[in-house]
Design a protein around this ligand. Structure first.
Ligand code: ADP
Ligand code: ASP
Ligand code: MG
Length: 417
């Protein structure tokens, strides 16, 4: 059996949803679990809803209405018969969303975030599932929250594997077509949790692992994994094969085409992952499986924008040693700030940080009481795996480099944007 994942771009409008059917017509409708993200940029729009709600901004109602209108237009194009029950179903989900906000008593931002933002996936999969039924492709809509059980670290939940495995193994029909949501799960008290932005790929990895699937395919707006993000780098080339280890490295350094947590569960059961184009489903795409690191063997370019370069030295110019470093890392952990690169000298300690949840300013106050602090916001971290001298030379040209670091296979530099 197979697991397919369709991301936001692949279901961004009615034409795209129709294209999902076309892809499935080519690949078959049975022995399949389809995992879908929220449509287009809906998650960003719902993040805005949470912000407006928390700040009690009167624009809240409008922001929800805009999201409704966007989905309503998609429905209008997909279903000619305006009496079709899907119209009422979607209105019902938007009413539920409003009720959730009205009744909420929690002040915890991340909790509210997950209860709200998850509607994006619930709404999109409801539409996709109904559309497939309408086209004659009978399928079962599954609520991923009944299957993916997590802790209650809202916005970045950890999967509880044992119970998730039992639920998926026992309750998902391997022979038919199921449609479910990426990105979301639920905690012990059945409150909704999310697995981190872009986490739908990870959901595909979880379902595939638990079902012992034969393969996972993620359908993208690119021909497969390229040796750089085509939106950033020129003349990128398709990698036809990438090993699990190499894919983990590329995703870890920020190649956003695959969510970093996706690969490990697949590697454990040696389930191949195919990254393919939803525009050209017969294209070769990329296979991620056991074997050579890369084919063709090329330098791979990755950029992470909007990073922070932070340098610390002690107030008395003493050395930054292990106990300072462990204190600093504890703080990063506490504030959910991700460390992407570390460089240490006798009296100064530098890190490139990804402040995903906007906690840096709070952290800064803490650090300033203990260290001499300098930092640059909005820097970019470039990584080249399997670098060549030419690759580095062309990347460094005309750049204001703040820091660089080279190890055997990996070149990294932090630059001002
Ligand atoms: P999804 O619709 O599944 O959420 P994403 O937008 O997250 O898809 O991922 C696809 C995008 O990833 C591409 O449009 C491309 O700009 C970007 N990308 C970044 N790095 C790479 C890479 N190495 N190869 C291909 N695409 C990449
Ligand atoms: N919809 C979520 C996001 O945009 C999850 C995903 O698309 O993978 O982050
Ligand atoms: Mg995405």
């Amino acid at each position: 059996m197979r697991v397919f994942k369709f991301g936001g771009a692949s279901v961004k409008d009615a034409k795209a949803v129709k294209n999902v059917t076309k892809v499935l017509q080519k690949t078959g409708f049975s022995n399949l679990v389809v995992i879908a993200s929220a449509m287009g940029k809906t998650t960003n729009a719902l993040e805005k809803v949470v912000e407006l709600y928390v700040e009690k901004n009167p624009k809240l109602k409008n922001s929800i209405e805009d999201i409704y209108t966007y989905h309503r237009e998609i429905l209008n194009e997909l279903f000619e018969n305006k009496e079709h029950p899907i119209f009422k179903k979607i209105i019902g989900l938007f009413l539920d969303l409003e009720t959730t906000l009205d009744r909420n008593k929690s002040k915890q931002y991340d909790f509210i975030y997950d209860q709200v933002v998850s509607y994006g996936e619930i709404i999109s999969t409801t539409i996709i599932s109904e559309y497939l039924n309408h086209q004659g492709y009978e399928n079962e809509w599954l609520d991923a929250r009944d299957f993916i059980k997590t802790d209650n670290a809202y916005r970045d939940a950890e999967v509880h594997w044992e119970i998730t495995l039992q639920r998926i193994k026992n309750k998902v029909n391997k022979n038919t077509l199921s449609v479910t949501q990426g990105f979301i799960g639920s905690d012990q008290n059945n409150f909704t949790t999310t697995l981190g932005r872009e986490g739908s790929d990870y959901t595909a990895g979880i379902f595939a692992y638990c079902l012992g699937a034969d393969s996972v395919s993620i359908w993208k707006d690119v021909p497969g994994v390229l040796n750089g993000d085509p939106r950033v780098f020129k003349n990128t080339q398709l990698l036809s094969h990438v090993s699990y280890e190499e894919a983990i490295e590329l995703a870890f350094y920020g190649a956003s085409v695959i969510h970093p947590k996706t690969i490990q569960p697949l590697q454990r059961k040696e389930i191949p992952l195919y990254v393919k184009s939803f525009v050209n489903p017969s294209g070769k795409g990329t296979s991620v499986k056991k074997g050579q690191p890369l084919d063709p063997y090329l330098p791979c370019y990755i950029v992470k924008k909007n990073q922070i370069l932070l340098s610390l030295s002690s107030l008395d110019f003493s050395f930054i040693v292990e106990d300072n470093i462990s204190e600093i890392f504890n703080l990063f952990h506490q504030y959910h700030i991700k460390v992407d690169l570390i460089q240490n000298s006798a009296i100064s300690f530098s890190v490139c940080l990804d402040d995903r949840f906007d906690h840096f300013d709070e952290l800064l106050t803490k650090l300033k009481s203990r260290f001499r602090v300098t930092y640059n916001k909005e820097v970019s971290l470039y990584t080249v795996r399997h670098f060549t001298n030419e690759a580095i030379a062309s990347l460094e040209k005309n750049r204001d480099i703040l820091l660089k670091q080279i190890t055997r296979e990996t070149y990294q530099m932090v630059v001002k944007d």
